[in-house]
Design a protein around this ligand. Structure first.
Ligand code: URA
Length: 440
């Protein structure tokens, strides 16, 4: 087999066989296929697409390019979730305790933030003492004892994705549905859970700008996961606006705690209640007709918050932050951003707000950047809110006052204020399962 012939075949729009895809992925990981040939292949895939069978074969080859997690030492149904990325997305911190409190098992590996999006591992590490690097035995023990544990990636999981993603990033081949679907699903399959809930974001802060594109990605991922023998459902949710009001690590942990206490911003609470109900159904811990009530009861009884405390304690963190969020790291300085004009917040650019938070020290522009856990943005006004000139739009938090000017300019350019009240989009737009996508 020659890579040259495979590129030629894909260029003509023909489907590659399983053996050809496996040859290509293996050869690339082992360094036998050079970046320039793989770049040509990626671009041919962008133009010609892939059939569902090709996308599944690519995913499975990527999944088996490195270690695969065997979660069998954990008893019960293991359920995972994945969000395609967003700003202010702290849903894992809320969903995992709810699901664990209802008998599901959440053995989750999460990532760190880069650029405008945050990462669950950074958020958890903002809790004093919290440890996200545990060995497998410890990871399994904590899940068996508390129902949940969240760690950073261990072992050599999906090396093919690391190499391919780096190449896609510099060859303008990221935004291609079969490539995104195989990248995400190879990692989810390798992480070993029995059931997977996908939260596919759509809007200005997401990869998929329209609900229709999001549905295509959701369908591709559900089909890959189902063919691999996992139970997979995707919810398509809104990401034009950051989720909740807090963006930044410790700020987001405190907001997640508020939702687990039955409060918190309405948009975040609604998205989390819906996603948690779907995870319970997937894990076989609730029926469709009663899952939402079960989620409510788990929150109102305090059982979900207790699970969060148990996880924090088991992972070495200070679990008193759940009752005293003021013990979380707090930035030394804050700065109020005032509205330059009156009217309604007509639009917010989620990506711009994520970048403002990053500039304050809450995120990384380069992998090696050190985070300021207390830094970030509190969004006082969000899309649809009325605002008077001079009223507070947002509060910035940072450890250095010199960071405010640039972040304020970024934040203000992300807000659009006009005279008419915008129509608000639904937060949960559609559900995709093996039968297709149903828009609400
Ligand atoms: N997230 C991933 O993990 N992979 C992609 O290709 C896009 C988003």
């Amino acid at each position: 087999m020659r890579m040259y012939d495979l590129i030629e075949k894909k260029k003509r729009g023909e489907a590659l066989t399983e053996a050809e895809i496996s040859y290509m992925v293996q050869g690339f990981v082992e360094g036998e296929i050079p970046d320039y040939q793989m770049s040509a292949m990626l671009m041919a895939i962008c133009f010609q697409g892939m059939t569902p069978d090709e996308t599944s074969a690519l995913t499975l080859s990527m999944e088996h390019s490195g270690d695969v997690m065997d979660l069998s030492p954990i008893q019960g149904c293991k359920v995972d979730k994945h969000s395609t990325g967003g700003v202010g997305d702290k849903t894992t911190l809320i969903l995992a305790p709810i699901v664990a409190a209802c008998g599901g098992r959440v053995a989750k590996m999460s990532g760190r933030g880069l650029g405008h999006t945050g990462g669950t591992i950074d958020k958890l590490e903002s809790i004093p003492g919290f440890c996200t690097s545990l060995d497998r035995e410890e990871f399994f023990r904590i899940v068996n004892e508390t129902g949940l544990c969240v760690i950073g990636q261990t072992g050599n999981l999906v090396p093919a994705d690391k190499k391919l993603y780096a190449l896609r990033d510099v060859t303008a081949t990221v935004d291609c549905i079969p490539l995104i679907a195989s990248s995400i699903m190879s990692k989810k399959l390798a992480a070993g859970s029995d059931a997977i809930l996908l939260d596919v974001k759509t809007g200005s802060g997401a990869f998929m700008k329209t609900p229709e594109e999001a549905a295509k990605l959701a369908e591709a991922m559900v089909s890959i996961g189902t063919a691999a023998g996992r139970r997979v459902v995707a919810m398509i949710t809104e990401m034009d606006i950051p989720l909740g009001r807090m963006v930044g690590n410790a700020l987001e942990v405190s907001e997640a705690i508020a939702v687990l206490k039955g409060g918190g911003p309405e948009d975040l609470a609604e998205v989390c209640r819906t996603l948690a109900a779907e995870m319970l159904i997937l894990a076989g811990k609730a029926e469709p007709g009663t899952a939402a009530r079960k989620v409510e009861e788990t929150i109102s009884s305090g059982r979900a918050l207790d699970r969060l405390k148990a996880m924090i304690k088991a992972q070495g963190g200070d679990s008193s932050v759940a009752d005293h969020p003021e013990r979380l790291p707090k930035a030394l300085f804050h700065h109020e951003v005032k509205a330059p004009a009156g009217g309604y917040v007509n639009h917010m650019d989620a990506e711009g707000i994520g970048l403002a938070s990053m500039m304050l020290g809450a995120g990384r522009s380069r992998k090696e950047d050190v985070l300021d856990y207390g830094a970030g943005v509190e969004l006082v006004k969000k899309t649809g809110d009325a605002v008077k000139a001079g009223e507070i739009l947002a509060v910035l938090w940072a450890g250095n006052e010199g960071l405010f000017a640039e972040a304020e300019a970024r934040l203000l350019s992300s807000y659009e204020i006009s005279g008419c009240r915008p129509a608000l989009r639904k937060r949960i737009l559609a559900k995709t399962d093996v039968n297709g996508t149903r828009f609400f």
